[in-house]
Design a protein around this ligand. Sequence first.
Ligand SMILES: Cc1ncc(COP(=O)(O)O)c(C=O)c1O
Length: 383
Amino acid sequence: MQLAKRVLAVKPSATLAISAQAKELRKKGENVINLSAGEPDFATPDYIKDAAINALKENFTKYTDTAGIKELREKISLKLKKDNDLNYSPREIIVSTGAKQALYNALMVLCNPGDEVIIPAPYWVSYPEMVRLVEAIPVVLPTKNFRIEPEKLERKITKKTKVIILNSPANPTGVVYKKEELEEIAEIIVRHNVHCLSDEIYEKIIYDRIKHISIATLNDKIKNLTILINGFSKSYAMTGWRLGYAAGNKEIIAGMKKLQSHSTSCPNSIAQKAALAALGGNQSEVERMRKEFEKRRNFLTKRLNEIKGIIFSEPEGAFYTFLSHPQISDSLNFAKELLEKEKLAVVPGIGFGKEGYLRISFAASLREIGEGIKRLKRFIENS
Ligand SMILES: Cc1ncc(COP(=O)(O)O)c(C=O)c1O
């Protein structure tokens, strides 16, 4: 069988091997601790679920506007104003099947085959593969202390550069960019007239009272070049509902709408009503989950500091710690052995474009985190 080149070019996920192995061990009755999750372990808040139940009862079960129902786009527009001080009209917003579809569609709309997309590393696993799927070229930008160095970014820009991906708060590093850093990055993007795909999905999961700043807020020029991506998966514990959105220049959004009309038609109608309730309700549940993540981050940091040789910086946002240790040279092998010997599942750094590291998720209970780090410590000490 001969599959299309665009699919053959996509690498299978290095991380999937670990989660498949973890599931297999669990099935056999092994006591596996899973610190590899990429989603909140909390249930979707009840008021959101109730809105979905009502949508079903009211037979809100048909195709909707391709870009998402107007009420939801209006609510997102209000949210962007209130939380981010950004003005986007509902025509400049598209609701998609997860932030993932919004990212993918934006790349489809912006990139021609052979165009280059700059991806700072460590990166979220899907960015390079999405870029390959749209037949563009991922250009990996190494970072310093996981932060973009503006002069190195500028050196990577060529005539073929179309997009720079920015992810703050970041998966897997927990980095949150400060205003001054964003200003330097924005200045380069504007000067070279490229686009910025700003993935802000972890916006609400942020610590130490740091404030999330969207690069689009800096000035009108960068706003016009930015496609802001956000969604409901992480902030509202709604990963399975598959709802995200993009905001940007109306021509880009119209292109994404055209694409969506021929691929998924529209986002899920019931999930849209749930998302409307999520944004409309009181945001105390979001804050409750954030506080819980902060408590877990503090606990994890303390426990990791007890392991000799571990190097990491405390995450400022998202729910991952990205760490290294002299014993982690081949991260995939290390993660496999850790799972086999200690029944602890973590994600190897190689999947994020950084060898010698592991990603530990703290979207798990304090008990699981405590037990997981105990196992990691024992594994390192006995190796
Ligand atoms: C950085 C980043 N962007 C986007 C997504 C996808 O979010 P969604 O569930 O809305 O598709 C994830 C999910 O893991 C992520 O980590």
